[in-house]
Design a protein around this ligand. Structure first.
Ligand SMILES: Cc1cc2nc3c(=O)[nH]c(=O)nc-3n(C[C@H](O)[C@H](O)[C@H](O)COP(=O)(O)OP(=O)(O)OC[C@H]3O[C@@H](n4cnc5c(N)ncnc54)[C@H](O)[C@@H]3O)c2cc1C
Length: 449
């Protein structure tokens, strides 16, 4: 067992997964979390908040033997169900038959990971302890706790997994030993979590095996199912402007906004106005920074390294994939962090940037393009080519969601495919009909090579 002292700052999704990976290797680590122990306190504010877990996340969970266990917390979502303003719905399958993403409770998954980490005697979990600063000369972390005040602890190696507004990252930006690049881009949109409760007998009021989207061009709402029959809905809307949170200040304004734009959901949301005013309107940002490490001392993983907007459902999946790569590098280099940190950064930075860009692109796709006839046609051709030539072509969504191809490579191929799809639409005005005929294969083949 290693003699080194390790600290994991932040026991969210990525920090608690990383803690288990370190634990399994026999490393001695303290895990520090600002919030109380969620296993004792239950759901945050009683709300059930969920996430889409897909291939990259599942692969990381497999490393720590939780891939099967986690399935008990999941509801498969086989495609998107689009709701138009008249309440009509259209279902589009995500991938090939048998491919789906999973709706999972954020707190349920976090608790499962914490419980797993707690099974190891070489891991010590500390709750209600906020990291306020890191001194990288001594590699000393300053913590603050309501009950015990301020304490300082020195470590050989510090892992910063304290999320999008990471205190460890902020300390890095202040470190004069560090040439730190940093850019942040806040969206003009915020979000509001709302809820559709279960039916009287505990069932789901809308299709439980879909990710529901109400695209409204400059804004949208989505809903993911929970195991208890409820749905967590998220409204993404601009802070300011003609249609914005600025104009939703009273119960009447909220009711008339929803009745106008989401008429099919209003009868399903009996606590709409209460939820609307009880829940926050948080900021959404993409942050690109680097390097993510201080040689031999500290490294950032997950949202602390690459916070992204949530529209591809990949933030957690990307953070879990960081852990997969990290684990492979420990296999390769043992405890030689002087080799692991730069290699990790080299492998993951282009992909952190790419998934951030993909997430921004998907916002436009989800709120606007999914209702656009040319986009719908191109998506149909895209899926047809993927079915006819699976060895040569995959949709961007599938590459991101159902494969573990580097995000940067998926983005590059996705852009190439878009150019080809535009060319097909331009060359064949009757392509929609052709897709239904036997000549589709011959016509599309020449675009694929
Ligand atoms: C609305 C929304 C929907 C999303 N949907 C999806 C989705 O469908 N699929 C997906 O893959 N991703 C999704 N994401 C992204 C996902 O939530 C994040 O990528 C993921 O939570 C990152 O995990 P993390 O552990 O790096 O950070 P976090 O989950 O934020 O965890 C950080 C932890 O550090 C703690 N902490 C923070 N500061 C300190 C401090 N100073 N000292 C000590 N502890 C600290 C926090 O309390 C927290 O426990 C979504 C995000 C949002 C906002």
């Amino acid at each position: 067992m290693s003699e080194k002292k390790y600290a994991v700052v932040g026991a969210g999704l990525v920090g608690s997964l990383l803690a288990v990976i370190l634990a399994k290797r026999g490393f001695k680590a303290d895990v520090w979390e600002r919030r109380p122990d969620m296993r004792k306190n239950g759901l945050q504010g009683g709300r059930s908040i969920n996430l889409a877990l897909s291939n990259r996340g599942l692969k990381a969970l497999e490393l720590i033997g939780l891939r099967e266990e986690v399935k008990h917390l999941c509801i498969p979502m086989h495609g998107r169900e689009i709701h138009d303003e008249s309440g009509n719905t259209r279902f589009t399958q995500y991938g090939k038959d048998g491919e789906y993403i999973n709706s999972i409770s954020r707190s349920g998954l976090n608790e499962m990971l914490l419980k797993k980490a707690d099974e190891y005697s070489n891991i010590k979990l500390h709750f209600d302890e906020r990291c306020d600063d890191v001194n990288f000369i001594k590699n000393e972390i300053t913590f603050h706790s309501e009950s015990d005040g301020t304490s300082k602890n020195q470590y050989d190696i510090i892992f910063g997994t304290d999320g999008a507004f990471s205190a460890v990252r902020q300390a890095m930006t202040r470190s004069d030993r560090f040439d730190f690049e940093y850019s942040q881009n806040y969206l003009a949109h915020s979000y509001k979590e709302l809820s559709i409760p279960p039916t009287e007998d505990g069932g789901w009021r809308i299709n439980k095996n879909a990710l529901h989207i109400w695209p409204r061009k400059s804004f949208m709402m989505i809903a993911l199912p929970n195991l208890d029959g409820s749905f967590t809905c998220t409204l993404f809307l601009a802070y300011h402007g003609e249609v914005s949170f600025d104009h939703l200040k009273t119960g009447e304004e909220v009711n008339s906004f929803f009745t106008k734009y989401f008429p099919d959901v209003v009868p399903l949301m009996p606590t709409l106005v209460e939820d609307f005013f009880a829940n926050p309107t948080p900021a959404l940002a993409t942050i690109k920074c680097g390097p993510w490490y201080i040689p031999d001392k500290c490294v950032l993983l997950g949202d602390a390294a690459h916070p992204i907007v949530p529209f591809y459902g990949q933030g957690m999946n990307a953070g879990f994939e960081d852990c997969t790569y990290f684990n492979q590098l420990i296999d390769q280099f043992g405890e030689d962090w002087s080799k692991i940190f730069p290699e990790f950064y080299k492998l993951r930075k282009p992909n952190g940037d790419a998934v951030g860009d993909l997430a921004l692109m998907n916002f436009v796709e989800m709120r606007d393009l999914v209702a656009d006839p040319v986009f719908i046609l191109k998506s149909k051709i895209d899926r047809k080519i993927a079915t006819l030539f699976p060895e040569k072509w995959n949709t961007l969504y599938s590459m991101v969601t159902f494969s573990d191809m580097p995000y940067s490579e998926a983005m590059r191929l996705g852009k190439d495919h878009q150019r080809i799809l535009s060319k097909i639409v331009e060359d064949h005005k009757d392509i929609e009909n052709i897709l239904e005929t036997d000549s589709a294969r011959d016509i599309l083949q020449k675009y694929v090579n």
